[in-house]
Design a protein around this ligand. Structure first.
Ligand SMILES: Cc1cc2nc3c(=O)[nH]c(=O)nc-3n(C[C@H](O)[C@H](O)[C@H](O)COP(=O)(O)O)c2cc1C
Length: 152
């Protein structure tokens, strides 16, 4: 039986946490909040999901730090994110780092999340109402396919 964990940092509106909960529930994964545990133990997990919002075009620093410190030795790893504006592939640098660290990269899922950073606050933010139920369903479906046939 495949065992998965979702390691996350969700600091702006807890948008990514909604994705994390939907995914964890669907694939019976454990979760680790990087802001509480900066050195998660990946022993015993077959598949690791890293999840965060996008801040200045990249994943949360704590997440990149963990990936950079980890020797994956062929362990499967995937990325989940929420962002205010989907205009580029935010996952690419983290994906490259995962591969460099020896992970079997299993792809990424991203969707929009309420963004009220800076001036956006004045207009009530963008991506209001996201992630919505459809976003959460898609994230969970991605996770199911990412862990493959091993999920109970
Ligand atoms: C400091 C800061 C920087 C951000 N930079 C970006 C960005 O470069 N691109 C983008 O699409 N969204 C950006 N956002 C919006 C967040 O990625 C978005 O709101 C996300 O859903 C936040 O996730 P969280 O609530 O889990 O932290 C930024 C938000 C903050 C607070």
């Amino acid at each position: 039986m495949s065992k998965a964990v979702v390691i996350y940092a969700s600091v702006h509106h807890r948008n990514t946490l909604k994705l994390v909960r939907a995914v964890a529930e669907r694939i019976h994964a454990d979760t680790v909040d990087l802001l509480r545990d900066a050195l998660p133990d990946l022993t015993g997990y077959d598949c690791v999901f890293f999840a965060s919002g996008i801040y200045f075009n990249t994943f949360h620093r704590s997440l990149m730090d963990v990936i950079g410190r980890t020797a994956f030795d062929g362990k499967r790893a995937c990325l989940l994110y929420t962002c205010g504006l989907r205009y580029r592939d935010y996952a690419r640098p983290a994906a490259r780092l995962l591969v460099r660290q020896g992970a079997a990269y299993g792809g990424s899922f991203g969707c929009r999340g309420l963004d009220t950073y800076g001036m956006l606050k004045r207009i009530g933010g963008i991506a209001k109402g996201h992630p919505n139920q459809t976003d959460l369903e898609r994230a969970a479906a991605f996770a199911v396919s990412a862990v493959g046939e091993h999920i109970p």
